[in-house]
Write a new protein. Structure first.
Lengths: 346, 346, 346, 346
């Protein structure tokens, strides 16, 4: 039974990081041990309540908010999750295992077996148990990031309304050495940075871009002034740029959150939303460590071989050339990159 | 700060029911008071954790499960929710208000203002804040009920698998005085009961029906035996009837749960699923009392007037006949019923 | 059987508008009459194909696109729908009726009975049959409108990407007499117009606002120039304002399209998205006339009475005062407005 | 311009199968050629209609239904799709390409480029363009199959109601040589058949199983009789088994249909639903041939390598052992199977 004097040292029972866990295991805040029976008779309200048989801990360690700052004025904060309370020694992974085991009626298993089950589920696309964990974030991000984010439809969102309220003076402006060039190889991308330290012309372009954003931001005062003169807020804001920050609550189950991460942590995603995805991952990992580990192994760190690529690899194994049976140059290029990553030479 | 000795008296801080709340307010289990600052500096992991400024309580009162038995062998149990921890004195309604107020950036308001806001949101179909509350149930119900239930698509479900596991011997059989006749007025319904105490013929029919179910249930041993002889479980079960019980975890946000309730607590829903809806409502009400109250006023207890019905009521107000301008007999019958409910005579 | 010479006069069989239907009924383009049997034997591919028993017509009248221009540079165009081909004399309403009748196995009914069934379904919230009709639109709208629109999650969307492509020079600018004031009564709204013809000060403010948008639009050349200097498109566009036009394909079923319309045609919706909703309704109405009629009667033109309002009306019917039993001033104001609309005096 | 006399030979313009395409290309039923201008002025209704610039054909070849029978009494029939009308020489693939190209504003491309684009989209998980194609099926299947099917939530469904209507006398019974044993290796599966020709004991068990189903089916008359005696249909049916057939309309976009197929055509799916998936694929393939081809290459025929498996393959390429760095026996077994499929020996 935890002593009162230690309960003020709130910690996240799942997070081994020293800064997050300054206290000993035994000092973790927890629910008191229930009565031995573990269940109560049906009350006069017709409801039978069962007490937890083991002490419960808050997976957020007593915090109401865990926040990481992103970009120049943004942030992402985990503000709630389900399960929030788990048996001591466990994490939110437990809710996934519990759902998967509804078919067996088993009692609690060892954590090691749980890890194996979670890996099995994720590997074989048994996705519904991962939907049993729910996450809620408070996010502040530029509008152009919000526009990419909202395309993930399986989430609940409440956004700040610029029809009701004045937008605060927050604009995203990258540093000079963060300005990205248009990729020549990839119509979508903008990965390469301007060489602001080595090339006067490129420095000039980056400066022009930042100046452009500064000048746009200068219009904020006119926006404010127009609303003061009575122009409706919903109308006045239409001249404001998409690098303005907005904010919302975003609530999503873990399965769909991982799909969000897979797409937005990818190198093809725009760098700004990628920064949010990376911070989100950092916030999630201590909550469901076995799931995130499996997701790294079977999703982000994995490789997909097409039917043609399997054939090419088979030919290689048989002493052949490993050439892809396709006349599409892009498919051949992608295959060459995979072969190299696998350590083979075609 | 709660004393350890009182913390074993777990209770639901939201539920005024005596059986659920045997202890005084001050004895409620709660999270210890955080440090005055309410926030911690950014840790070495780059995450800034904020402690709650007020003591937090478990809206489930320390219970891991609150269950109501339904039908002869079924149940519905609330097994988790989000928010699970709320500031002392509040309920899950707080998460709805918090989401709605993201536009204002306000701090905590008085509970009374919260109630007004919740009523406003529900009345004006601002549904997204109600999606910020999540509920998880463990349900055991006959397959024919599960088939109606699953049509609500905005939920996460993990069901017991009769491919993996042997189905336990649980069949739903109504009592003789619960057997329902086919309605003559309503092709869908079956509201009227057989008069088993007053009419020998009707008693006989009800007995025949219960005997029919008993005989079907008798096949359970053959199902078991066939699986023991090596017939695959996924195949052996196909001869089992839809009054067999199955079970699942069902997780859904509050907005969509209320839509489920609106449709399934309705008098047109089949009596068996209605029994589950009524139990579900009982479990939800203490978690989000202001929301459920508003839903009763603006949804289940409300009335919808069509354009033609508005016109008819206007004619009545002007001293006219209140006749509906429709030659559809069903529409006219429905209008007559509404007028009567409103206390008017056409 | 239509003559070839008449088939070039494409028309919308559902639209009585003269401009859309220059030819006689008998000249409508249609599929040839099938063989009397109405079905073919199973082919060597194992597929049995059934020919339509009646001539089929294109509900879009042979058009590949039906467009209405909206705002200064936007549009909404219906570009496809399902059903696209319907039996001659019918509309897309037929697919709703067909789905609702799956329970009866009935053959075709008279159009009049179909209308009654559709009204019944819509009145009693049997929504799934309305999901059987699908609509696809091509829309060009300002980003701030797109941001409101995308909140309707039950739709499929493909949007123009400013990461891949240069945004064309299209900005929304209202006319001076379309600039709206902030409502004092309604924090959200902006319904009242500046009196630009009567009030010099208000004219000045409206002019300031339009000038603000013109100045913002002036930055477009700098955006172009920066991309020409090599700044990535995904980055250069972040300084552009939310009154820039974007475009997308938006595909949605009829049930969810009507929910979109209910919310966005409402007087609380921002005027700009309302303009799109009104144009959308105009495009849909000829496709599913009975459904749109029912929706007008039971949704947009309807009134919702809360439990308290029913009680108040009952008291009025009984000779009482009709006062709402609420101390919430907003609820009382709303009730007074309803009473007035119904022709009663409290 | 097609001659009337040939138009009665309806065919699917996309399907090269001889039986489906008995007529020459030029004989395909098609929409008449539009006027050269390709667009009409805005009508008095404010709508500008554009005529197709090329003749349009029905991708279903004039059929209202294309059906494949499945199991003993079931079927799956394609009854509509969107796009239904496409430019002559194209297929429903065209709608995918059109959506993907909204970013470019390009005109029509050659079919070959379209195929490359579709492969690119599918390979790189750009899934939204595939949502632009919609399919509608009429399906008759046993209830236990329907229960697996309905778990795919992104679809619209209207099912036959046993509350409204009497269920017809249709039960699924496998043949003796289709009865499956419980797998010892795989708790889920039942792939192995009873050896009814070689083993008397196994024949006996298979016969027992079929007899079990026959006896259950015998209860159908009691169901009928009870409804005739006035027991409500919703209640009488609860004693009927899950091998009874039900039917529904099922409407889904192509992306989610392919996800359904990926999961249900898999060897881990129950054989009965797999039979439906295979028939569905057969019906879809002629509609969107490039998409189905790409899906075969990049999805069903593909292989996924985990992070650990990539490392193992790299070690093999470097002359090492190719051993998986995992102590999980199942993971190691799966890796061995993959290696073998790739032609390597660990």
């Amino acid at each position: 039974m935890a002593e009162p004097s230690t309960q003020s040292s709130l910690r996240n029972g799942n997070n081994p990081s020293p800064s997050a866990s300054p206290t000993r295991e035994s000092e973790a805040p927890q629910f008191p041990e229930p009565k031995p029976t573990g269940s109560q008779p049906v009350g006069s309200d017709g409801i039978a309540r069962t007490l937890s048989e083991v002490p419960m801990i808050d997976v957020m360690g007593g915090a109401s908010r865990a926040q990481i700052n992103v970009l120049d004025h943004g942030f992402i904060a985990l503000v709630d999750c389900m399960p929030r309370l788990v048996p001591q020694g466990q994490t939110a992974d437990a809710a996934i295992v519990q759902a998967a085991r509804v078919s067996y009626g088993h009692g609690t298993k060892k954590v090691n077996e749980d890890r194996g089950l979670i890996r099995y589920l994720l590997r074989h696309r048994h996705t519904t148990p991962f939907e049993m964990v729910e996450l809620k974030f408070h996010v502040c991000m530029p509008i152009f990031v919000a526009r990419q984010w909202i395309r993930h439809r399986t989430a609940n969102v409440n956004e700040y309304s610029a029809r009701y309220s004045i937008l605060p003076d927050r604009f995203y402006t990258p540093n000079l050495d963060q300005v990205r060039k248009q990729s020549s190889a990839n119509r979508q991308g903008g990965e390469e940075l301007f060489r602001v330290h080595d090339d006067a012309q490129e420095l000039k372009t980056a400066q022009d871009f930042v100046k452009f954003l500064d000048d746009v931001e200068g219009f904020y005062q006119r926006y404010l002034s127009l609303t003061e003169q009575g122009v409706s807020r919903e109308m006045a804001r239409i001249g404001l740029p998409v690098n303005m920050y907005t904010e919302w609550y975003w609530k999503c189950d873990l399965h769909n959150t991982l799909r969000f991460l897979s797409l937005r942590i990818d190198s093809h995603a725009q760098a700004e939303i990628r920064a949010y995805a990376e911070a989100m991952l950092k916030l999630i990992e201590p909550l469901a460590p076995a799931t995130v580990e499996a997701w790294r192994d079977y999703d982000v760190g994995s490789m997909h071989l097409s039917r043609l690529e399997i054939d090419a690899l088979k030919s290689l194994a048989a002493g052949g050339s490993g050439t892809l049976a396709s006349d599409n140059s892009r498919e051949r290029t992608e295959w060459a990159a995979k072969l190299e990553k696998l350590g083979f030479r075609a």
